[in-house]
Design a protein around this ligand. Structure first.
Ligand code: NAP
Length: 262
């Protein structure tokens, strides 16, 4: 057990994060659990310690509160037993953009993007220096679909995907593995927490199936894992179409379609 790195999981009190905690404990990893609800994390820690014999620290923190987030960053920066960060804490806000309160929009962006990138930034230099480590960032397929009308949530998840792909590009040569996981609708509390109308809920994947699939991608060192996407060639074609544009960006003249009107 001592030879396996510890795993720090954010949003570990329930849902996808609690399931990651269960699966990594089952694999024999010690854990650091981060979320706001200490009582729930204590219960989970007791159960996982009993079942799997791993050591578990509970680190309560509201990741939108700078002083509490800094404590988690400090732990990541200095605790060299931690070799895997699962950046999972996230939320949504119900309603359309014009219905969402500006402060709620800011809190959502802070949790889903600022806190996620700060935690990655805190740990990445140590991982790069060690030549090993893994950062798992939980995005969403919503980040690929502006047509869903979940604009702010989707924008934060597009950020997570881009950041993960960029960090994978930067860090893989230094021995650090970065994975973006893009779930679609998954049965957790996120729906009730964000005030979704129960009558309008889509079909959902079970959370255990989602995390087990994500971990299969993790074990294969996939940079992007999309458990609900059956036809992986669609993703490959999407990436190829994006990369095909790159040479076209290196132009000093604007495209002819933007020529000033005569
Ligand atoms: P969930 O059941 O609502 O759990 C969210 C977790 O984040 C909880 O542990 C919560 O714990 C924690 N959290 C929320 N606000 C926090 C804060 N300010 N500071 C620290 N922790 C906070 O949601 P989930 O479905 O498991 O979602 C996990 C991730 O998957 C999110 O990033 C979400 O966007 C993504 N995702 C989910 C779905 C889905 O359909 N479920 C689909 C695509 C992507 P506390 O309340 O104890 O703080």
């Amino acid at each position: 057990m001592a030879t396996k790195s510890s795993v720090l999981v954010t949003g570990a009190s329930t849902g996808i994060g609690a399931t990651y905690a269960d699966r990594f404990a089952r694999r024999g990893h010690d854990l650091v659990l981060v979320a706001r609800d200490k009582a729930r994390m204590d219960d989970l820690a007791d159960r996982l310690h009993r079942e799997y014999g791993v050591a578990i620290d509970v680190l309560p923190a509201d990741l939108t509160a700078p002083d509490q987030a800094r404590a988690v960053e400090t732990r990541l920066r200095h605790d060299d037993r931690i070799g895997i960060l699962v950046n999972n804490a996230g939320a949504n806000v119900s309603g359309s953009f014009v219905e969402q309160a500006t402060d709620d929009v800011e809190r959502l962006v802070t949790l889903n993007t600022t806190s996620l990138v700060r935690l990655a930034s805190a740990v990445a230099p140590r991982f790069a220096k060690a030549g090993e480590g893994a950062i798992v960032n939980i995005g969403s397929v919503v980040g690929l679909v502006p047509e869903f009308g979940m604009s702010v949530y989707g924008a934060t998840k597009a950020f997570v995907l881009f950041l993960s792909q960029g960090l994978s590009y930067e860090l893989s040569s230094k021995g650090v593995y970065v994975q973006a996981v893009l779930p679609a609708a998954t049965r957790t509390e996120i729906w009730s927490r964000s005030g979704a109308d129960p009558a309008s809920l889509p079909p959902m994947m079970e959370v255990g199936d989602l995390v087990d699939a994500a971990l299969a991608g993790f074990d294969r060192r996939e940079p992007v894992t999309i458990p609900p996407l059956h036809d992986v060639e669609q993703w490959d074609a999407f990436q190829a179409a994006r990369q095909a544009m790159i040479p076209g960006f290196a132009q000093v003249q604007p495209a002819p379609r933007y020529a000033p009107a005569a």
